[in-house]
Structure formats: C-alpha cells, structure tokens
Design a protein around this ligand. Structure first.
Ligand code: 5AD
Ligand code: SF4
Length: 433
C-alpha cells in the first residue's frame, strides 16, 4: 500500500518547529504518514500557526485558502498552533473546508484530530508536559527539546499566555532521556526551548526533585557526545549571578544569549510588566560581557508601545548604543486580542511607529557593520549543519555567527576551524584552515 502523505507548513518560533516535529513523529508512527514537500500530492495538510504579531493571523486565512485551491480531492486540512488556540472553532466559520483545529497546547491529540470530523481542541490548561512523543528530527545535527510549556509571565502586549497557557516544566528525567537518546544517535548540539527557560523548575505537574535551569544545564552538559548547548528564550529578570556564572564557565554552553529587552525605558517596561528596569538590564548585559568577552547578545525590541514618548523611545536607542547587540529582532507594537495593552490609552499612530522602527534598525545596521568588520581574519570553530542554496556549507560558531565555506556534504556534522575572509552582515564567508 502507498503510504499517506503529509505536508506541513510551520510559521513562527522554534517552539512551533519542535511542535511540528512532534506531530510528524506521531503521524508517521501511528498513522503511517510520510512527509512530502509537494502540497498537491498530500493527503493531509497541516499549517502550524503563530499569533504573536498581527500579520500572521491574516496570513493564516490566505494560506489555508491557497491550500484548499492546490490540494488534491479529499485531502484533509488542519490548523494548529497559537492562532488555532485563540480562534478555535471560529476558524470553521471563515474557512469551512478546514477539517480540524488543534491549539498549541493540544498537539499530542493530533492522531485523534485527523480521525474525528471537525475536531477542535484548544484547552490551554491541558497538560502535555509528561507526554512522550515519538522521534522525529528535522536536523540530524541538532536536537530541539522542550523544557517547559506555556508562560506564567503576563507581559501586557503578549498573547502567548493565552495561547499556550500556564507554565509547566517538563520533568528532568524526560529531558535527560531525550538528550541522551539524541547523543546516542550522533547529535552534538542540544537546543533547549521554552517561552521562559530560566523559569524552569518552578512548577512541575507532579512531585519532582527541586531543580532550576542552571542545575538542568549542568546535568545536560554531563552527557557524553553533547558538545554544544543552546537555549531560548531566557528572561532578563531571572538572569541571576548563579546562572551567569554557569553560562560563563561551562565549556559546553554556547556563548550566545538572547536577552529580550522589549524597551529600554523603565516606565514603559513597567507598563509592559517586564519586571526589570533599564539599569537592571544594563547591569546584566555588562556582567555577561565582562565574564564572556566573545559573547553574542541578541534581543527583541518593540517600538511604539502604547504611551511611549519620544524621550522614552530614546532610552531604547541608548541601550542599543551601550549593549551593541550582535543581533536584533525589532517590531512595531501590534495590539493583540485578549491582551491588556490592547486596551491601553495612547496607542501610537503608524507613521510614528514606522519612523522609530527605521531609526532603530538603521542605527543597529551601522553597529552591526562595525561588529562584522572586526571578524575579518578571526578563526572560529564551526559546526557544519547546512547546505546553502548558493553552494557552500554553513554552520554556527560557538558564539552564533553564521559562517559559510566552499565545500559539500562531507563537511556536515563536523566541527572545523574556519578563518573568516569576507565578513557580511548575515554570513561570514571563510575558509577551513
Ligand atoms: N506586538 C509587537 N511585538 C510583539 N512581540 C510579542 N508580542 C508583540 C506584540 N503584541 C514580540 C516581542 C517578543 C517577540 C517574540 O515578539 O518582542 O519577544
Ligand atoms: Fe510573552 Fe512575556 Fe511570556 Fe515572553 S515572557 S511569552 S513576552 S508573556
């Protein structure tokens, strides 16, 4: 018998990438599906959505419309992920040909969903933390592992607590077992995922030995064969000295860290309910830079949060100037359903938001050009994991620069020394030495 074909499109964050891997594993092992890249031949089409900013929601309906047009007769279409969580059964009204809707916290029900007409599951209290998913990895070199689900923070702009629910930590035994199994299969890099990774250990769904994020990092770095550990996202508020000391001294922890600033102004941070001040953020960043001279710091920034004045925005520019982020993701504030900030007074006109975003990004590009130019001639250990469309092979340095050399498959999975000859903003081109 020909196996049934699954086409899956994943939008949004690394968490969604991992959720898609989980669903693929379930469908392969329990329902006999195999993956296809050709939507037209698929028996099941899944779209795993994101709703953290407005655009993806509009995109969802245009995408499922296109899927319906391109799909073969009788193919099923399922909508999963964060947009599914907050729109739920509404999705059937706008797109009646959708067969099922599965929220971000309900993906373990995927096999039930494909077998039940008009199945909807969007319960954000549903506990998946102990669910043992099958094995599927989109990369043989890197293993994504969820260490917690949901988020207990209530940042006023953020829809995530409403789509992924309360924060629950995955039991450490499950994480360690998954990591050991990956290592046994030749994976050298772990990528730990959670909305708030350094909240790890605050709440388990059953009795569990006490363990915080720093302890978990230590335990994972004891696994033979694991050479690199990355994680995202930590919250700046919880970057205590114990964590920073471990980050700095543990040779397996990659020296790149995401520090989502959101705003550089203490009053705006308070309105966002971030829990830290401008000074706290600068203090943590300086401490990390002083203990880890080669560290790369990346960030997320929101401009034009409701009520943000010109001088408050300038505090964000000031933090950019002082921390000089190696990577910056920046967004115009977008009011999201169910969030407090959507109701705040002082929503900012789009022209002002666009102008601030351009100013921030232009300055960041200048800083980035200086950072990048300084990499010329440097030698990095690069873990090769990707064949590039323009020929060549790429991988990441320990501090997260994307580095590319001429070469082919035989470099994949190896860690080699590369000298950078031609540094560009997005990629450092070099040669294996
Ligand atoms: N508007 C704009 N950006 C947002 N983000 C989250 N919610 C919003 C919103 N309502 C950004 C934050 C977060 C990143 C994943 O998306 O910067 O860190
Ligand atoms: Fe959203 Fe804040 Fe939780 Fe991040 S920490 S997912 S921004 S509520």
């Amino acid at each position: 018998m020909m196996s049934k074909k699954l086409f899956i499109q994943t939008l949004g964050c690394a968490m969604n990438v991992r959720d898609s891997e989980h669903m693929i594993a379930e469908l392969e092992q329990k329902e006999g599906y195999t993956l296809t890249e050709d939507m037209g031949e698929a028996d099941l089409i899944l779209i795993n959505t994101c709703s953290v900013r407005e655009k993806p929601v509009n995109k969802l309906f245009s995408e499922v419309g296109a899927f319906k047009k391109g799909a073969k007769e009788g193919a099923k279409i399922g909508v999963c992920g964060c947009t599914a969580s907050h729109l739920g059964g509404e999705i059937f009204k706008r797109a009646p040909y959708v067969d099922f809707v599965l929220g971000a916290r309900n993906i373990s029900k995927i096999t039930q969903a494909v077998n039940t007409p008009k199945f909807v599951a969007t319960d954000i209290n549903y506990d998946e933390s102990e669910f043992a998913f099958g094995e599927f990895r989109s990369s043989p070199f890197k293993s994504y592992i969820n260490i917690s689900i949901g988020c207990d923070k209530k940042c006023t702009y953020c829809i995530v607590p409403h789509t992924r629910g309360e924060e629950i930590s995955v039991p450490a035994e499950l994480i360690l077992r998954e990591a050991s199994r990956a290592a046994a299969n030749g994976v050298k890099e772990l990528f730990l995922l959670g909305q708030n990774v350094n909240g790890y250990g605050k709440r388990f769904s059953s009795t569990h030995e006490k363990m915080d994020f720093t302890d978990l990092l230590k335990r994972l770095s004891d696994i033979d064969g694991i050479e690199r550990i990355r994680f995202t996202s930590p919250h700046p508020l919880h970057m205590d000295d114990k964590f920073i000391a471990e980050f700095a001294s543990n040779p397996k922890i990659c020296k790149s860290i995401h520090m989502p600033l959101q705003s550089g102004n203490t009053k705006v941070l308070r309105d966002m309910k971030r829990g830290y001040t401008k000074e706290w953020f600068l203090d943590r960043a300086e401490r990390i830079r002083s203990l880890v001279p080669d560290v790369s710091i990346s960030t997320d920034i929101i401009v034009a949060f409701p009520g943000e004045s010109e001088s408050e925005f300038n505090d964000t520019m000031d933090v950019l100037e002082r921390v000089r982020f190696e990577q910056m993701f920046s967004f115009k504030y977008s009011p999201r359903p169910l969030t407090k900030a959507a109701e705040f007074a002082g929503q900012i006109p789009d022209e002002i938001a666009s102008e601030r975003l351009t100013r921030l990004q232009s300055r960041h590009n200048e800083i980035l050009d200086e950072i990048v130019a300084r990499q010329k001639g440097r030698v990095f250990d690069v873990y090769f994991e990707e064949l590039r469309a323009n020929g060549g092979v790429a991988g990441r340095s320990f501090n997260n620069f994307l580095v590319q050399v001429n070469g082919s498959e035989e470099l994949l999975g190896k860690t080699l020394k590369v000298r950078v000859d031609e540094p560009k903003r997005m990629v450092l081109y070099g040669e294996v030495v």
